[in-house]
Design a protein. Sequence first.
Length: 203
Amino acid sequence: MPWPDPVTLRSGRVTLEPLQRRHEAELAQAVRDGELWRLWYTSVPSPEGMAAEIERRLGLQAAGAMLPFAVIDTPPGETLGRAAGMTTYMNVDAANRRVEIGSTWYRKGVQRTDVNTRCKWLLLGHAFETLGCIAVEFRTHFFNRQSRAGIERLGARLDGILRSHQLASNGTLRDTCVYSIIAAEWPTVKAHLEFQLSRPDRG
């Protein structure tokens, strides 16, 4: 029995659907918004590489190491949603009930809306309240200041920095910042996220 099982999660304008090959065209269009794959400190797929990235994630899902989602955005006033990015439970450790939330990207047009906050609220809530996780991790490149700031705004704490952790696609060495939220912290983090989502200036 796989852990975690594929599931669809919804909140406001956001629906997280289990990633499927049918999402390829919309995701390829989404990633062109901001040309996100050109950021050297991220690992965002190019439009031409989207099919291969979907296959990679589905392969990791089949191996029990990942549960990937397509982020479907339905803006206020609209009825038809479209794929605006990807996110995953990754580095799944079923024996210790731990997951990492990562491999996340969103089209530029939904950045600075409530989409990311809603995604994290959904994923963290499902992890702690349904899956019974003892901890959820986040990892990002030391130089990805936007990602680090976003993780810290969630209430995650820095566990440490893995220096020269990985080789990047451009040949440089990546220092990886490791953050986590533990189960005992989730009620406070949840209250914080729900307050953020209740603000009228959020999306």
